[in-house]
Ligand binder design. Sequence first.
Ligand code: 5RP
Length: 234
Amino acid sequence: ATMAEEAKKLAAYAAVDNHVQNNQAVGVGSGSTIVYAVDRLAARVRQEKLNIVCVPTSFQARQLILQHSLALSDLDRHPQLDVAIDGADEVDADLTLIKGGGGCLTHEKIVASCAKHFIVIADYSRKDSKVLGQQWKKGVPIEVIPMAYVPVCRTIVRRFGGEAHLRMAVSKAGPVVTDNSNFLLDWKFDGAQNWREVNAAIKMIPGVVDTGLFVDMAERAYFGMEDGSVQVRD
Ligand code: 5RP
């Protein structure tokens, strides 16, 4: 495995080992780092005969849970989760996150909001920054109702600067469509902002479903480091 993959694994294993216990309901995030967390969860369930239920944050997470024969649940049955574990695109010094690189930000934020403890896992590269925007150069993902994407883009740029673009499929044949059948904007901002206020203001724009800004949600982040150690931020 490459060093970055090894680092993802280290962070994921540390989070699962430190935060998951028997008889818990666990929120399962999305992305490439969470794959290692689900591997670890499945291994521990087998070895320690843990009784755990998992609530997914995306189609991908649901597939991972099913493939590992973990118990699949939902927020109807488990509206209170003991812990949620997820990746992030960027984590700043205050544990404010940019998420949604994979487009699952709305479900991820809902699941994180239902968890007593929300734990972030990431590799050292590209993720750790003092000020949001230092590392993740693609901007803040924002999920929008399709018919509103042009006015939402214009309003965000007028009020907060930068530029906002509709996220297109790799083929360029059309826009990326979320698990909720919505579109995604990527808003490239300039400079530091008051993220709590910006998040609240963007959420109020008609047509916005949610933003990839996670303010005051994460309790702790685990960074897998290049030298094989794990750095904790909380
Ligand atoms: C998806 C996300 C992911 O958690 C984020 O993109 C991190 O992914 P990866 O672990 O592959 O770096 O927010 O919406």
